[in-house]
Ligand binder design. Structure first.
Ligand code: SP5
Ligand code: ZN
Length: 309
């Protein structure tokens, strides 16, 4: 709630900011209706777990700059940022730190033997790189979780946000111990433009441990699902101990900034397909901006995951 920028800058003009606190509230409200779900508050973790993937100077900047901002200001730094879609506010550092605490809390549950945990957090993370914010992201939550889990076993990341997770890809691009697999809209047409192409397969030791399935802008359920199955096979071959899902719902047909042709009920199928891997799974909230339908989408997704979990 303390991080709620009032605008982004799109081609030099102020434009409404879709990444709002209500996104999370609406999902939580729907999931709370189910008795089998236990809601847990995050524990606080040492910043060293974030420093394992982000530069210390960048984190210090985020914290100090947040501290001096007025509560109603939207600040666009001239450095440590890749685009004009991640303004800073006075609450940015504490919100981003808490999002990281939420995923670390979730990751610890997996280590303790939980099979399915949903880290319902914002701001999202997958566009944040080691020393840069961008695309509504400040701290890369999925990367923090993957790095944490990689100390306990093999971690794979499946990124199903509409946008390519450029930050996550880059952080692990030369590593073979963390697999990154992403389905997203063609980056030659859509954000983040600079990465997410199919020929980006990793480098050095990391070669073969990065897999991009870029898809046409108006991809339908059939094509999406057959591509997802390929991605899941790729993950299976890696034989992971943990699966992290960068779960963005901006693939939804009525999403205001993304939008494949996916219907609400389709998210149950995505959930089932992921659950068929039978891996300890950590869901991490990324994008998804059709606030009106986010609750229903998350509900279908979780129902699908629970069928086989
Ligand atoms: C986590 C995530 O989903 N980040 C997505 C960031 C993409 N933002 C770029 C979209 C710009 C849309 N604004 C257009 C407004 C036109 N008036
Ligand atoms: Zn997105």
């Amino acid at each position: 709630m303390v991080h709620a920028p009032s605008y982004e800058i799109y081609d030099g003009e102020r434009s409404s900011y879709p990444e709002v606190p209500d996104r999370i509230e609406t999902i939580a409200t729907v999931l709370r209706k189910y008795r089998q779900h236990t809601f847990v508050s995050p524990k606080q973790f040492d910043q060293k777990y974030i420093e394992a993937v982000h530069h210390k100077n960048y984190l210090r900047y985020l914290r100090k700059r947040s501290d001096v901002l007025k509560t109603d200001s939207n600040f666009f730094p001239s450095y440590f940022m890749t685009d004009t879609y991640a303004p800073m506010t006075s609450g940015t550092f504490s919100a981003a730190k808490e999002a990281a605490d939420i995923v670390l809390t979730g990751a610890s549950f997996l280590v303790q033997g939980e099979k399915l945990v949903y880290s319902l957090c914002r701001p999202p993370g997958h566009h944040a790189d080691a020393s840069s914010m961008g695309g509504y992201c400040y701290i890369n939550n999925a990367a923090v979780a993957a790095q944490f889990l990689s100390q306990k076993g093999r971690a794979a990341i499946l990124d199903i946000d509409y946008h390519h997770g450029n930050g996550t890809q880059h952080m692990f691009y030369d590593r073979s111990d963390i697999l990154y697999v992403s389905l997203h809209a063609d980056p030659s047409r859509k954000y983040p433009y600079i990465s997410g192409f199919r020929d980006e397969i990793g480098i050095g030791e990391g070669k073969g441990y990065n897999k991009n399935y870029s898809l046409p802008l108006h991809t339908s359920g059939n094509i999406y699902r057959s591509t997802l199955k390929k991605g899941l096979k790729y993950i299976q071959k890696f034989i992971p101990d943990f699966l992290i899902v960068s779960a963005g719902f901006d693939t939804y047909m009525h999403d205001p900034i993304g939008g494949f042709k996916l219907e609400v009920s389709f998210y149950q199928k995505i959930g089932q397909d992921i659950a068929s891997l039978s891996l300890p799974t950590l869901l991490i909230q990324e994008g998804g901006y059709c606030v009106k339908d986010l609750g229903k989408i998350a509900e279908q997704f979780v129902l699908g995951l629970e069928e086989k979990a």
